[in-house]
Design a protein around this ligand. Sequence first.
Ligand SMILES: [Fe+2]
Length: 162
Amino acid sequence: MTSIELTKLINQQMNREFYSAYLYLKFASALEQLKLPGSAHWMEKQAKEEVLHGLQFYSFLVRQEAEVILEPINAPEEIPEDCVIKIFAAALRHEKYITRQLNDLTALAAGEHNFCAMSFLSKMLDQQVADEFSVHTISERLILSDNKRGALLFIDSELAKR
Ligand SMILES: [Fe+2]
């Protein structure tokens, strides 16, 4: 049995995941404008991943017979659009924010001794840690490139392989 409070917060997290998909599409479109198709492709793939995360929260709610609350998904926030390094830095900030939210959600489930929710959330957290690390790694490589065209194009072709 999922409490009213936990149900509300899991629904909010589901909304955040769908919002993340929207935000990643915004990163992708900015990178298309910068003529970095590999980086744009990576972001588009991540947008699809975020939709899947949203659906995982949805399925959990359904399986728990908890209420599904489909709130509007906000338009993506303003992002830096003129530089790939800044775009990945913005993605990393967002992932860190999502990790904090998931952590708080897991703490609430633990406080309620809701082991079903904790088990689900811990899988989502594992996935989240991996996602944050991927963005972190790309971000660091981009910073190392020091905005040199050759290095940026090499990283872009690597990101096209995702
Ligand atoms: Fe996610």
